[in-house]
Design a protein around this ligand. Structure first.
Ligand SMILES: [Zn+2]
Length: 151
């Protein structure tokens, strides 16, 4: 029997996939609960709300920032490469709740289609991929996904 591997690729930075217990998460846009130094390589988790000190600082004295991708910044190369690799070898890609207009993440759909994977879109609205995917299911993820899983 072939071993199935599940990879969750998300643009969300809120950490809710972690709290839900999901494994093998690739966070394309980072994690709002992680801080990183603007000078040294240190990064750490900080779930403090509000942050204890403003502006946040690293132990080295430099400013710290949320470890997320801000508008105009490139995606972290490592996580992007892992996402690309996962989609290249995927048999099924579920595209859930994304507008399909944020690049480079949106490049993953044509990659999967080009590699022969089945692609299923779940979205309340049509997207640029709706006509090209194998199946487009209209509705909110919270309504559609339970119907797929519990039948
Ligand atoms: Zn530092």
């Amino acid at each position: 029997m072939r071993k199935t591997k599940f990879t969750l690729i998300t643009q969300n930075v809120d950490g809710l996939h972690d709290l839900a217990g999901s494994k093998n998460i690739l966070k394309l846009h980072g994690d709002i609960w992680q801080m990183r130094c603007t000078q040294c390589a240190k990064s750490w988790q900080d779930r403090g709300v509000p942050l204890a000190k403003m502006p946040p600082q690293c132990a080295c004295g430099a400013l710290a920032r949320p470890d997320i991708v801000w508008f105009g910044e490139a995606l972290p190369t490592g996580v992007w490469n892992r996402a690309w690799q996962a989609v290249q070898t995927a048999q099924l890609l579920l595209v859930i709740g994304t507008s399909g207009v944020v690049y480079p993440a949106a490049d993953l759909v044509p990659l999967a289609l080009g590699r022969g994977a089945k692609v299923v879109e779940v979205n309340p609205d049509t997207t640029p991929f709706s006509e090209t995917v194998d199946c487009a299911l209209r509705g909110a993820a919270g309504e559609i996904l339970p119907q797929l899983l519990f039948r």
